[in-house]
Design a binder for this molecule. Structure first.
Ligand code: FE2
Length: 165
């Protein structure tokens, strides 16, 4: 909640309220993609089939645990900016850019490739978010968070592709 000085000045954390609307919408879009990715990772962790099952199964577990932490940071940044986070799967699916994967057995190569491509897509989206926020608004806190998430996605894309040879 903003204090009375901030209410009068029409800002949150010193950032003009209209700017926080747009930044929060952007962060909610990232939150939605992270949830689609999180569920897909759980799905592949369970349904994976292939000769490196144990290793990939455990690696994906690390990825979804890390994604859960990022989800929390993004949702809490939205709160800090005075807005509400999207919270239902229906809302997430409506605004997410990533596509879900259906359940059922999944070949390990296809699973790993799918996750690597999602990390690439996330990285492309986040780079756009960073340049837009950096150019239009004075919110280095959000930019810093986005850079952390971007670097995680870039690292994940690299590590996942190593399984593909
Ligand atoms: Fe498990």
């Amino acid at each position: 909640m903003s204090n009375s000085v901030e209410k009068k000045s029409g800002s949150i954390l010193g950032i003009p309220k209209p700017d926080t609307n747009t930044i929060s919408e952007t962060l909610n879009q990232l939150l939605a993609d992270e949830h689609v990715l999180y569920i897909k990772m759980r799905n592949f962790h369970w349904n994976l089939v292939g000769p490196s099952f144990v290793e990939v199964h455990e690696f994906i577990e690390k990825l979804y645990n890390q994604t859960a932490l990022e989800i929390d940071m993004v949702a809490e940044r939205i709160q800090q900016l005075g807005h509400a986070a999207a919270g239902s799967m229906a809302e997430f699916l409506e605004i997410a850019q990533l596509k879900e994967a259906s359940g059922g057995k999944k070949d390990q190569t296809l699973a790993v490739r799918d996750l690597a491509e999602d990390s690439d897509a996330m990285a492309r989206n986040i780079r756009k978010m960073i340049s837009e926020i950096d150019e239009k608004y004075d919110d280095p806190g959000t930019v810093d968070l986005l850079i952390k998430v971007l670097m995680t996605q870039e690292k994940n894309a690299w590590m996942l592709r190593r399984y593909l040879g």
